[in-house]
Design a protein around this ligand. Sequence first.
Ligand SMILES: O=C(O)c1ccc[n+]([C@@H]2O[C@H](COP(=O)([O-])O)[C@@H](O)[C@H]2O)c1
Ligand SMILES: Cc1cc2nc[nH]c2cc1C
Length: 348
Amino acid sequence: MRFNTRTPLDQDIIMKATQHVANLTKPLGSLGALEEIYVRLAGITGQLHPDIGQKAVVIMCGDHGVAAEGVSAYPQAVTGLMIHNFVKGKAAVNVLARQHGAEVRVVDVGSLLDEVPPPVLNRQVRKGTANFTEGPAMSVNEAKQATEAGMAVVRELKEQGVRLLAVGEMGIGNTTPGTAVAAALTGLDVDSLTGRGTGVSNEGFHKKQQAIRQALAIHRPDPSRPLELLARIGGLEIAGMAGCYLGAAKEGLPVVMDGLISTAAALLAVKMEPAVREVLFASHLSVEPAHAALLRELGLEPLITAGMRLGEASGAVLSFPLFDSAVGLAREMATFADLGLPNPASIT
Ligand SMILES: O=C(O)c1ccc[n+]([C@@H]2O[C@H](COP(=O)([O-])O)[C@@H](O)[C@H]2O)c1
Ligand SMILES: Cc1cc2nc[nH]c2cc1C
């Protein structure tokens, strides 16, 4: 399957933005990652002064059959309970979204809930994945449906005026498929990639490594067939997030990833459609070891290292003020020309 995306970056604006940021009244390169953010936002939006005013966060939710292996510190019912918590506006991501002016869109692509509380979008493809230590997590068609649900949500948000997006997830057990996807895509060994997720016990940690190893042995996932890989060892919310990134590339919308699971979905989306890489931004560095490996593979540096491992797009939303700062600095700072100097090189 091909997901058509347009070529996102405007090279002419990139050149102008690079020149503009070099002419600001500061030592060359001294605003570090903020300069890169600004230039890339300009390239994606085609605007020398990018409009990222209207922001949204998408939280993809799904349950996992592999939870039956005892791989999480929390019971599976917490996925549904947290969906209700998002609706009440009481989860960490709701607080951060209020603080940083972002709308929260919760999408259920496959939790175990029989009744999905409004205004959560009910896009359940099935009620949780199958246990991937026994068979494929889902069918290729189900993975495709969940991916398309993510693409559709992003299209709607763009139409509603959203200009900067954060993507995250909720799904008890999902650091297990997240790590399996990371192992399959990076080729690194399971021992070095597996972390404790929500804080699983030693016993659970060994079961988790065992489950991942077994899944890789049974399914032999092929990185050159990302949709099939996603169906075999991924998850419904992972597919939904991959669709969000594909949608963002198609719509020319900058999109901020969160931790391990959302970054695994992003690398899958890049494997499906390489142009996705151009619209992706890393926010924080999760405690999960597989997260650093995935970011390395994507060639992206996290902005924040805060020892977080929450998920639900919390790290992504936390980074929003840095994006506003990047754009505000480029818009409001004086240039050397304003000080009567032709260009920064003439100062030395
Ligand atoms: O984003 C991360 O890097 C991250 C790291 C650890 C845990 N999580 C969250 O915790 C849940 C998965 O953890 P677990 O232990 O149940 O696999 C899921 O809801 C994620 O949002 C998220
Ligand atoms: C309480 C709780 C909240 C979460 N948010 C994202 N993942 C989570 C996992 C748990 C257990």
